[in-house]
Design a protein around this ligand. Structure first.
Ligand code: UT7
Length: 326
């Protein structure tokens, strides 16, 4: 029996309209007596602006237009979809899943839907799971979405984190194929690092218990990220038997330009082969990779047949990579 593969046949994304520049944010923080500057943020992270959703806009509201754009690019209707996997750490509700809400908003029913919670590695996790469900025949045409409203989790009295994150959504249609699109995947986690990047609070008895805002030890995350991303990248290249020199595009999680370029350098990839959107999006967690991939496709950089390396790292600590042919 020939193996069943999966392949990305359409990409889409959506950003909330409110664009907040570093200067806007610096002015907002100054009003709270907190000092930051465009220069610090650009130099340390590469971020110039991010988008913030209006207070009544939920993760599913960003996911749905991204999904429609990916479906249109694939030439499909929502009724063609038989699996929805949503990667998010900012779900609409505690339960049910944001995927169930997205399914309903797309006007479809019946197919399996669920969320994946792996924070900034969420999209790489979700794509790996969807690929496996297509390979084993559970699904034929999947929507894989990363969507986040991280602005809801930010402590605007903590300049070390509030300048880093933004809101947005990205989606892909993943279809069964006789030719491999997804070439190899590699996922990992180490729960001993829970505390270095987390939102520690939880809901109990009608109240939030504990701290409901994002906390990060930036330097610890930075050091871990650089090491594990290189290992995951090499693992997928080894599994697929593809040399690093065959990579056309690196589409990394967009957290910090210094981490992205360091990973590229270790793989001997020039900066021109890295899709970079962090300057405009900030860190959108699980949405950042599909947002960057869609940007690469729509700007004509990422073309059919090219080899693309996706890699993510985030809270958990989680990390992973996907090597694919578009
Ligand atoms: O998405 C999951 C993955 N997340 C990441 O990959 C994030 C990884 N970490 C990072 O990207 C970096 O660690 C940060 C961008 C978060 C921070 O950069 P850094 O070069 O590690 O800076 P730092 O935390 O060592 O802070 C350096 C200085 C400190 O001042 P002192 O102690 O040297 O006087 C901070 O208080 O910069 C100060 N600082 C700021 N200054 C102006 C921290 N935040 C700000 C700010 N504006 N927003």
């Amino acid at each position: 029996m020939t193996r069943r593969y999966s392949r990305i046949t359409g990409t889409g994304s959506h950003l909330p309209p409110r664009r907040v520049t570093n200067a806007d944010l610096a002015a907002e923080l100054a009003a709270r007596g907190i000092e930051t500057s465009n220069e610090w943020i650009v130099e340390r992270t590469g971020i110039e602006a991010r988008h913030f959703a209006a207070p009544d806009v939920l993760a599913s509201d960003l996911a749905v237009p991204a999904a429609h754009a990916a479906l249109a690019a694939a030439g499909l209707q929502p009724t063609d979809i038989d699996l929805i996997v949503v990667a998010t750490s900012t779900p609409d509700m505690v339960f049910p899943s944001t995927a169930a809400i997205v399914q309903h908003k797309l006007g479809i029913s019946g197919c399996p839907v669920f969320d994946v919670q792996a924070v900034c590695s969420g999209f790489v996790y979700a794509l790996t799971v969807a690929d496996a469900l297509i390979a084993n025949g559970t699904a034929t045409r999947a929507l894989v979405i990363g969507t986040e409203v991280f602005s809801r989790l930010l402590d605007f009295d903590d300049r070390g984190t509030c300048v880093l994150f933004g809101d947005g959504a990205g989606a892909v249609v993943l279809e069964a194929s006789e030719q491999p699109g997804i070439l190899a995947t590699d996922l990992h986690a180490d729960g001993k690092y829970v505390d270095i990047l987390c939102v520690p609070g939880h809901v109990s008895g009608g109240s939030v218990l504990g701290d409901p805002l994002l906390r990060m030890d930036g330097q610890a995350v930075f050091k871990l990220a650089v090491g594990v991303l290189d290992k995951a990248a090499r693992a997928v290249l080894d599994k697929a038997g593809v040399p690093a020199s065959d990579i056309d595009w690196l589409v990394p999680h967009q957290a910090n330009i210094r981490i992205m370029l360091s990973t590229a350098k270790k793989l001997h990839l020039p900066p021109e082969k890295v899709i970079v959107t962090v300057q405009e999006h900030g860190n959108t967690s699980a949405a950042s990779i599909p947002l960057a991939l869609d940007h690469g496709v729509r700007t004509g950089q990422v073309k059919p047949g090219q080899v693309v390396l996706l890699e993510g790292v985030g809270g958990g600590f989680t990390w992973g990579a996907v090597l694919l042919r578009m």
